[in-house]
Design a protein around this ligand. Structure first.
Ligand SMILES: CC(C)(COP(=O)(O)OP(=O)(O)OC[C@H]1O[C@@H](n2cnc3c(N)ncnc32)[C@H](O)[C@@H]1OP(=O)(O)O)[C@@H](O)C(=O)NCCC(=O)NCCS
Length: 155
């Protein structure tokens, strides 16, 4: 069965769930920086999109993407652990890419933890390539790989 997700811009009321998912799925082993307050700031920032995916009203994933002049940057991206490998990440990424194309972005960049094999595999599958590394990027606990996808040649 194909699960139906609703992907929309986040509301202020989503901030606690987004912050909790960031803490548990992304920032584990690091300081919790994406608190509810910071997520709220992102929701209100006109140069940032905070997207949420829901099924039957339940928040199952979120993504935060910032827009520059001609490139976008995925800052955070997570799917609830119990919902992974079911296409939700792909659906959210497609939503982000579509909005980036509409906004005239030429590329999307992101950082991932060097040891995060699932995330690297996920992004590679969707056309991102690794182009660099940042030693100690995550509080000197872990290195980052930098990845990007050009949107110029998108069909
Ligand atoms: C990375 C993440 C967002 C992927 O979301 P998802 O909903 O599972 O992704 P999808 O189901 O759309 O895509 C799955 C594809 O990604 C790749 N992938 C995802 N998890 C993988 C894993 N554990 N091992 C290998 N490949 C994986 C595969 O190509 C997979 O396709 P397949 O299931 O047909 O083999 C999710 O694992 C997650 O939230 N991880 C924790 C947070 C995180 O690491 N965020 C990214 C860095 S900020």
């Amino acid at each position: 069965m194909i699960a139906a997700y609703e992907i929309t811009l986040a509301q202020a009321a989503d901030a606690p769930a987004i912050a909790a998912l960031s803490r548990d799925a992304i920032e584990r082993g690091l300081s919790w920086r994406w608190t509810e307050r910071r997520v709220l700031r992102a929701i209100r920032d006109p140069a940032t999109n905070v997207a949420v995916a829901r099924r039957q009203g339940v928040l199952l994933g979120f993504a935060i993407m910032q827009y520059g002049d001609d490139e976008a940057h995925i800052v955070l991206f997570a799917v609830e652990a119990s919902q992974r490998r079911a296409g939700l990440g792909a659906a959210m990424l497609a939503w982000l890419e579509a909005t980036a194309v509409v906004a005239g972005m030429r590329a999307i960049r992101l950082e991932a933890r060097a040891g995060n094999a699932p995330a690297k595999s996920f992004y590679r599958r969707h056309g991102f390539v690794e182009y660099g590394a940042s030693p100690g990027y995550y509080e000197d606990v872990e290195d980052a790989v930098r990845m990007m996808k050009r949107l110029d040649n998108a069909a």
